[in-house]
Design a protein around this ligand. Structure first.
Ligand code: SAM
Length: 146
């Protein structure tokens, strides 16, 4: 199984996921800031899961990932920091296997309910299905399926 952690930061979720996955699992941890990826790498190695995580520095407006066949993607508190969310949703969708899902979570302190609803409208327009709206404290959340 291969998963994407978009806007991974210091790897809170990447490292936890890698720990759950077993040796055949892979996490592609993507962030704009090399500094975050460097900290993630150190923390992952310390946790003994470094071999399961590939770090990748993206551009602000392009993931620049090719030939991935992802089984799952996470964008936790990161999508609102991207200048063009439609582009992000399109790009992640292109990297997922058919039927694979994206968990999109945004902080209520930075993203209004209206703005999140607009993002979901954009997602549907791009071909995603909204299959769940999990309740996550202090957050707007949705599960999108390709
Ligand atoms: C609030 S942090 C969330 C970190 C992590 N997902 C978590 O929940 O612990 C947002 C992260 O998104 C990254 N980020 C901001 N703009 C980005 C972009 N255009 N592409 C990729 N990552 C970006 C930041 O560098 C930062 O690490």
């Amino acid at each position: 199984m291969t998963i994407l952690d978009f806007g991974c930061g210091m790897g809170f979720f990447s490292i936890a996921a890698a720990g759950q996955m077993g040796d055949s699992g892979r996490v592609v941890a993507v962030d704009l800031q090399q500094q975050m990826l460097d900290v993630l790498r150190k923390r992952a190695d310390k946790a003994g899961v470094g071999a399961r995580i590939r770090t990748h520095r993206c551009e602000a407006d392009a993931l620049n990932l090719v030939d991935e066949a992802l089984d799952f993607a996470l964008a936790f508190y990161s999508a609102h920091e991207v200048p063009d969310q439609r582009r992000l949703l399109r790009e992640i969708r292109g990297l997922l296997r058919e039927g694979a899902r994206l968990l999109l979570v945004e902080p209520i302190g930075h993203v209004t309910a209206k703005a999140f609803a607009r993002t979901l409208d954009d997602a549907v327009d791009l071909g995603w299905s909204v299959v769940d709206r999990p309740r996550i404290r202090w957050s707007h959340a949705a599960v999108l399926e390709k």
